[in-house]
Write a protein of this length. Sequence first.
Length: 213
Amino acid sequence: MLHYITSIAPSARKFFGLISLLWLISVLFFDLSLISWILFLVSLATIYLYQQPRRELKHFDNNSLVSPVDGKVTSIKKKYIGEHLWYEIDVENTIFDQGNITPMLNQLKITHVERTHGIKVPTNSLKKNQLSEQIEVEYQKGNLILKTIHYPSFCSFFSKFDILKNFMLNRNSLIGFMRFGSTKIYIPVDVQLSIDENTHIYSDKTVLGYLNQ
């Protein structure tokens, strides 16, 4: 029980206003009516959906690229962006996944952040890339460049990104939070991948691949 309370603490702090309002309404109007129970259950659902327990950090060597998000890998393909060839890994976050977004490597520097405003559309929409809100983040460590693009879905009203250009990240850093959205992960093609399509990956836990030394 203590572990569960600790694990939901970040959520309670982050969405304190909404959760407090729902609980206050539930208490003030609690009379065993249907509305009271609905408000009470919505409060519990809010805490569940937006809890942010950090997994125990595993030890990875400096050549391991660790997943930045939870979700199912829906596609892996090679794609040119400018003159560079990348692996483009599509990941879809579901209701059963955590929303934490974490660094892929230790001592990463954020070199580019761009937020494109749009509408929140379902992750399986054919017009997702054109219409959806997007948060593009580029990272660098030495000569290595990594990139992610996050697409909050129509349910991700509480997605949040607390990052700025030139931030230095370590394995304990938390880049942001997003539930029900999707993410494109771009890594160099010389990385030895350790995942396949339909693999379920987890932030802070799943190794995407290994860098060539």
